[in-house]
Design a protein around this ligand. Structure first.
Ligand code: NAD
Length: 307
């Protein structure tokens, strides 16, 4: 509760969606299942993370992914490559990991240094191991409603929404932001839940009038506190994906894309930090577990076909 203590008077605690607590529960369920798999099959899911270069923020993310992967009882394979790594060397590593049976998930930490083609690297990942869900095959599967590996952040948003609201059928959802990693897959997931979905972006007109009629508003734009209280109708649920560092009163702090303190009339709202952020890594591990399960199913099916 510390993270939103400042605004408690304006946003009742019961309206605050505690992503940290939900993510802890998700991690614990993943850990239990990994332990059960280890007992039954004497193997565990493995996640390989590739980091190219020395970007300090990326380095921190990769270290925290390693810690959480190990804490869940999974194998963590970390590949730190120098800034000068060529496209060919990177693609060779991806190819090697595609063929490594101990690796069930592959994540390439973005952004890559400017001389590397991130799209080509993502396309080189085996879609069955693409636990970030960024490969076009997974994006396409999500769009047509097939069994995709779904990008972690929107997946985490959906889990929080369903946990708070239950059945989402028929609700009007407005997604602000249309990036390939958050906005678009979020809209697809909400469509699959039978919501009526509007996608807004930087060229949308009268944005406040669009969000004002929504039951659910998901914001992923990267603009500090852009969405104000009067953009949201009473009783709506607001999911804030944005992470923006701002300086207030001489102090650096994180804020979302939503003016949290103005959301007292919402049914529920995610804080920043402590809302969507903690869900992303939980969903990464849950996707790795899912990729492992599917690999097991494929092995069993092919063993049955041979026998
Ligand atoms: P992006 O820059 O790729 O996309 C931003 C989107 O916002 C674009 O579609 C753009 O059209 C739209 N947009 C920009 N200005 C707008 C405006 N004034 N009105 C309406 N739409 C506008 O960003 P992204 O990768 O989707 O990330 C968005 C935010 O979410 C960033 O703050 C990022 O740090 C954060 N993020 C958080 C997590 C997490 O784990 N919590 C994960 C990914 C991204």
């Amino acid at each position: 509760m510390e993270a939103f203590a400042q605004s408690e008077a304006l946003v009742p605690a019961s309206s605050v969606i505690d992503g940290k607590a939900y993510a802890a529960g998700l991690m614990s369920r993943v850990k239990t299942e990994v332990a059960e798999i280890k007992g039954r099959l004497n193997t565990v899911p493995g996640l390989a993370v590739i980091l190219v270069g020395e970007d300090p923020a990326s380095s921190v993310y990769v270290a925290s992914k390693r810690r959480e992967t190990q804490a869940a009882g999974m194998n963590s394979f970390e590949h730190r490559l120098p800034e000068t790594t060529s496209q060919i060397v990177l693609l060779d590593l991806v190819k090697e990991l595609n063929g490594d049976p101990r690796v069930h998930g592959i994540l390439v930490q973005l952004p890559l240094p400017g001389h590397l083609d991130a799209d080509a690297v993502i396309e080189a990942i085996d879609p069955a191991k693409d636990v970030d869900g960024f490969h076009v095959i997974n994006a396409g599967r999500l769009t047509v409603g097939q069994n995709a590996l779904v990008p972690c952040t929107p997946l985490g948003c959906l889990m929080l929404l369903k946990d708070r609201l239950g059945d989402l059928t028929g609700r009007h959802a407005v997604v602000v932001g249309r990036s390939n990693i958050v906005g678009k897959p979020m809209a697809q997931l909400l469509l699959q839940e039978d919501c009526t979905v509007t996608i807004a972006h930087r060229h949308s007109r009268d944005l406040a009038n669009l969000t004002r009629i929504a039951d659910i508003v998901v914001v992923a734009v990267g603009r500090p506190e852009m969405v104000r209280g009067d953009w949201i109708k009473p009783g709506a649920t607001v999911i804030d994906v944005g992470i923006n560092r701002v300086v207030r009163d001489g102090k650096s702090r994180l804020v979302g894309d939503v003016a949290f303190a103005e959301m007292g009339h919402a049914h529920a709202v995610t804080p920043v930090p402590g809302g969507v952020g903690p869900m992303t890594i939980g969903c990464l591990l849950s996707n790795t577990l899912e990729a492992f399960r599917r690999a097991q199913d494929r092995e069993e099916t092919s063993a049955m076909e041979i026998s």
